[in-house]
Design a protein around this ligand. Structure first.
Ligand code: SAM
Length: 306
């Protein structure tokens, strides 16, 4: 151990109690910002330098922020947690979720939702209208273009204003693309347009069941086909939703997606529950590796005329 690392350890151990206490007391909004910085390392939002400064000052204590955020959210009742989770997503440090769509499109294009939409496009042989929930900075649209899927109309919805601003500037010259900032259930209630396909990738696992049901109940008037990929705990079918606790994000739930969709008129046409794999090379805990993923194409039992 060299002199620098000894000094670093001394500073870390002096800072530890102060930081842990402040992470336990600070408003969720600020804690979420700090916790999100670990994703922000390498993104385009100017948080990169802040990330470097913060990690060099806070040292390894900094990694406790997401864990403490997780513990604080878990202690809340579901409604308070739902509102707090929106605050988490509204911090601009969480938009880095979508960065790999742009930095590594080849890898992202391997994900189920994209090759499934590509095969639908090849079968239907016409441009598709696509609605996406949890579009972040527009990464999915980028991948669909990368795969030469023709899109007649695209609407991406996300509660993160900063992510939607990035998406809008990325696709400012694309007249078929639009993006809306807002809560899913609120925007879905206002769009008044129908879409061929709803794309959802790793987004519903962050929603509690009551909210998810409110959302899914609105879908049968808006989309014909749902293409979805979401994590689920093993042996979960027929069971009520529970906190997934995969340990790499603040709050995540495991839902019996097949049952919830069936309750609102959508049936699985292709796919279903499969063992989780990690095409994105994300850092994952053991729990995550032993989980399952619901990858499916669902169809509306009352098809809409588009
Ligand atoms: C994990 S990210 C989505 C990942 C992305 N689909 C991908 O493939 O990389 C979840 C997104 O959903 C958004 N979100 C979460 N809850 C929301 C809500 N209630 N209303 C609107 N957007 C929400 C967050 O802002 C976040 O950008």
């Amino acid at each position: 151990m060299n002199f620098r690392s000894i000094i670093r350890e001394i500073i870390d151990s002096l800072l530890r109690p102060i930081l842990l206490t402040s992470f336990r007391l600070m408003p969720i909004k600020y804690l979420a910002y700090v916790a999100g910085l670990r994703y922000a390392n390498g993104n385009t939002l100017g948080s990169r330098s802040l990330y470097r400064v913060i990690t060099s000052i806070l040292g390894m204590n900094f990694v406790s922020a997401p864990e403490i955020l997780n513990q604080r959210l878990l202690k809340m009742d579901p409604k308070r947690r739902r509102n707090a989770s929106k605050l988490v997503w509204q911090q601009d440090t969480t938009s880095a979720w979508s960065d790999s769509h742009f930095s590594n499109p080849e890898m992202r294009a391997k994900q189920f939702v994209y090759h499934e939409i590509k095969s639908l496009y090849e079968v239907l042989r016409r441009p598709l209208s696509i609605l996406e929930l949890g579009c972040v900075t527009g990464g999915s649209l980028h991948i669909l273009r990368h795969l030469d899927v023709q899109v007649s109309r695209y609407l991406g919805i996300d509660i993160s204003k900063s992510a939607i601003e990035v998406a809008k500037s990325r696709f400012s010259k694309d007249s078929t693309a639009s993006f809306a900032v807002g809560d899913f259930t609120q925007v879905l209630g206002e769009i008044g347009e129908m879409y061929d396909v709803l794309l959802v990738n790793l987004t519903f696992l962050f929603l509690d069941e009551e909210y998810l049901r409110q959302l899914v109940s609105k879908l049968s008037d808006v989309v014909n086909i749902i293409v979805i990929s979401e994590k689920e705990l093993p042996n979960q079918s027929g069971k009520a939703s529970q906190v997934g606790d995969w340990g790499n994000s603040p709050i995540d739930y495991s839902h019996d997606y097949e049952r919830i969709f069936a309750d609102y008129g959508f049936t699985v046409q292709k796919g279903g529950l499969v063992p989780f794999y990690n095409p994105m090379g994300l850092q994952s805990s053991k729990k995550l590796e032993t989980s399952m993923i619901f990858e499916a194409r669902l169809v509306n039992s009352k098809p809409l005329t588009i």
